[in-house]
Design a protein around this ligand. Structure first.
Ligand SMILES: Cc1cc2nc3c(=O)[nH]c(=O)nc-3n(C[C@H](O)[C@H](O)[C@H](O)COP(=O)(O)OP(=O)(O)OC[C@H]3O[C@@H](n4cnc5c(N)ncnc54)[C@H](O)[C@@H]3O)c2cc1C
Length: 363
């Protein structure tokens, strides 16, 4: 038996692939609550699930992204493929229902509090129950108890995502990203419709202060807030191991998050697919992960490192340059395969010049 801890997107999707070979244990009584997410899914979600009726969980479709620099330089581009904004409560329940239909047993109200392992099996301790299992999967989110207990979270870094849904006037086809030049910081306005948006920032520190400044900049008053949806986000580490013996980590528990946008749903589900293959065919999970998603996630971390060193002026220059270069219709699922971008001499010059500046700042 395979026991999956956590009924979020990674655990539920893994459960849908393993079917009756697994049980999913979720601490909350209700799947999908509390919501701690903006719910943006890039087009590659369609490679993972065939959605018969998107209205089951889709609240909006995004066609354009607008980038705004600290000095209010703007660049807007069209997306190659529309992106989905989902209701995370409905999306998580959609996935858990897939798992249930495929034979997985779902046990809600089961919070794992400890486990111990011997050569033969693993003993799981919940608040009111105990179970034995052959294999254990931690799909239990950024602070994974499973990962902590076996030492796979040592050295893990985190960011804080602070978000509210709020009322206002919004362009429902465009989501806007704001950079203020602070290291590792950006803010967003992601519309659910013309009247409600998900408004948030991500950063390392001074979050309440940065959030207030962000609200002032975009002209949103706290009185328009509807619901808080904040949470922590793990930082991806290419060298981190995701399994030890018969214990495996997947999704946020394993840090499978893009460092540029901090989106983790699609990558968590892709990792779940890789884990299902590893479990069913007795293959090397860490090796498969590195081969199939490791390089992409590593590139995202390098790009994020570069962008976080731009500073205010660097961001203004960068956005002005993007306006000149013109991205065309941008594919966010393959941001590093647009080779044509890197053939633009002005972009190459900027990257090299900025690369030197960033390096000097670190010295
Ligand atoms: C503010 C914010 C905005 C974000 N926006 C986006 C976005 O737009 N797009 C995107 O792709 N990603 C986004 N993310 C990241 C995204 O939310 C995560 O990557 C995603 O939820 C990871 O899914 P998961 O199943 O791995 O983990 P989770 O969704 O965290 O699920 C883990 C589950 O495990 C359960 N659990 C935890 N501990 C235990 C335990 N001891 N016993 C039993 N159950 C347990 C939890 O209750 C939870 O249900 C955002 C994150 C934040 C904080």
């Amino acid at each position: 038996m395979i026991s999956i801890i956590g009924g979020g997107p990674s655990g539920a999707y893994l459960g849908s692939l393993l079917g009756d070979k697994c049980k999913i244990f979720e601490e909350h009584k209700e799947i999908g609550k509390p919501i701690q997410c903006t719910g943006i899914l890039t087009h590659s979600i369609h490679d993972l699930i065939s959605v018969k009726n998107e209205d089951d969980f889709v609240v909006n479709r995004i066609k354009r992204i607008k980038l705004i620099s600290p000095g209010d330089e703007e660049y807007e581009f069209r997306l190659k493929n529309e992106e989905l904004i989902v209701d995370r409560f409905k999306f998580d329940n959609y996935l858990i229902n897939l798992a249930r239909e495929n034979g997985a047993e779902i046990l809600t109200g089961h919070k794992l509090i400890d486990f111990s392992f011997s050569e033969d099996n693993i003993k799981l301790k919940f608040e009111k129950h105990e179970y034995e299992t052959e294999k254990l999967v931690g799909a239990d989110g950024p602070n994974s108890l499973v990962g902590r207990k076996i030492g796979l979270l040592n050295g893990r870094r985190y960011k804080v995502g602070h978000q509210y849904t709020a009322r206002g006037e919004f362009d429902e086809e465009t989501f806007t990203v704001y950079f203020n030049g602070n290291k590792n910081y950006f803010g967003w306005v992601v519309p659910e419709n013309e009247k409600i948006a998900r408004i948030g920032i991500v950063g390392d520190e001074n979050i309440p202060e940065l959030f207030q400044k962000f609200l002032d900049k975009i002209g949103i008053n706290k009185k328009s807030f509807i619901e808080c949806q904040s949470g922590v986000i793990p930082v991806y580490d290419y060298n981190a191991k995701c399994c030890d013996g018969n214990v495996y980590l997947v999704g946020d528990a394993a840090g499978h998050v893009k460092s540029t946008t901090l989106g983790g749903i699609v990558y968590g589900m892709r990792a779940a697919k890789i884990l299902a293959n590893a479990l069913e065919n007795n293959r090397d999970y860490d090796g498969l992960l590195r081969k199939e998603i490791g390089r992409e996630l590593w590139l995202h971390s390098k790009a994020a490192e570069f962008l976080s060193g731009l500073g205010e002026n660097g961001w203004d220059d960068f956005i002005r340059l993007l306006r000149k270069v013109e991205l065309g219709k941008f594919n966010r699922d393959k941001p590093f395969s647009g080779l044509h971008l890197f053939l633009k001499p002005s972009l190459i010059y900027f990257l090299i010049k900025q690369g030197f500046k960033n390096k000097n700042k670190l010295v």
